[in-house]
Design a protein around this ligand. Structure first.
Ligand code: B12
Length: 210
């Protein structure tokens, strides 16, 4: 099946095949969201499993990331074009010291596709930059991502910084990423934890009522 082939191409670290297969799937009118979830995300998740089992190492994961993005860059504009209206303003970024941005980018695309105005600060974002952006842009929600146990506490620093600058009461903070969970969100006084991109959209809808 087309989507399985996309998944396989990522596992085989083949960016050219991934691109070609995504192009073919689009030609066949397969929904871009399906291509993202059942092809690209399924592939990179399996690469994560192989890495955990020490069957793949960092160079393989880097090549798999490239393959992922070769397909993702083709479909993300299509998902975005489904936008109907802007509902609320969201700022998103990966905390300082952390360069894992695949998950954050997926969250960004789905949130944007759901009609929200999103400002993406990128990866390895300094704590001060998050706080200054909140002060300047006055978003409704700050969405923080971290994939490393060594950087997840930066989320706590950001929330503390917002409190110190008296910005905390005007914003909701949601967090996500593999090492964080509901308990951690409670501990650092984040407003909510989301397990995946669809969850991020659900949380934002609930929080903003839009
Ligand atoms: C790809 C990858 C890399 C790539 C990153 C490429 C890129 N552009 O992102 C590269 C090769 C660069 C890399 C580097 C490193 N990595 Co790495 N990497 C991974 C890997 C295999 C997959 C991560 C991923 O993309 N998953 C797929 C996405 C779709 O899932 P996700 O990120 O979890 O995001 C989803 C949800 O979490 C959620 N979500 C994410 N953010 C947010 C935010 C909000 C607000 C919400 C609501 C939801 C949400 O929604 C997303 C979509 O569904 C994981 C292993 C794994 N099993 O996860 C290791 C892993 C994260 N890496 C790890 C490590 C140790 C490293 C390195 C330190 C390795 C090294 N020795 O150099 C460096 C770190 C460099 C740095 N300073 O950041 C460890 C972390 C261990 C730990 N406990 O901290 C892991 C867990 C591997 C392992 N088992 O040891 N890595």
């Amino acid at each position: 099946m087309d989507l399985d082939k996309i998944k396989e191409a990522i596992i085989e670290l083949n960016d050219r095949d991934t691109k070609e297969l995504v192009a073919n799937a689009l030609k066949k009118n397969i929904d871009p969201q399906e291509i993202l979830e059942k092809g690209l995300i399924a592939g990179i998740k399996e690469v994560g499993n192989l890495f955990t089992r020490k069957e793949y190492f960092v160079p393989e994961v880097l090549l798999a990331s490239e393959a992922f993005y070769s397909g993702f860059n083709m479909i993300s504009p299509l998902i975005k074009s489904q936008i109907l209206k802007k509902k609320a303003k969201i700022v998103i970024g990966v905390v300082g010291g952390d360069i894992h941005d695949i998950g954050k980018n997926i969250v960004k695309v789905l949130v944007e596709a759901s009609g929200y105005d999103i400002i993406d600060l990128g990866k390895d974002v300094a704590t001060e930059k998050f706080i200054n952006t909140v002060a300047r842009e006055k978003p409704n929600v700050l969405a923080l991502s971290s994939l490393l146990t060594t950087t997840m506490m930066r989320m706590n620093d950001i929330i503390k910084g917002l409190e110190q600058r008296k910005l905390r009461s005007n914003i909701k903070v949601i967090i996500g990423g593999a090492p964080v969970n509901q308990d951690f969100a409670k501990k650092i006084k984040a407003d909510a934890y989301g397990k995946d991109a669809a969850d991020a959209v659900r949380l934002i809808e609930k929080i903003t009522g839009a």
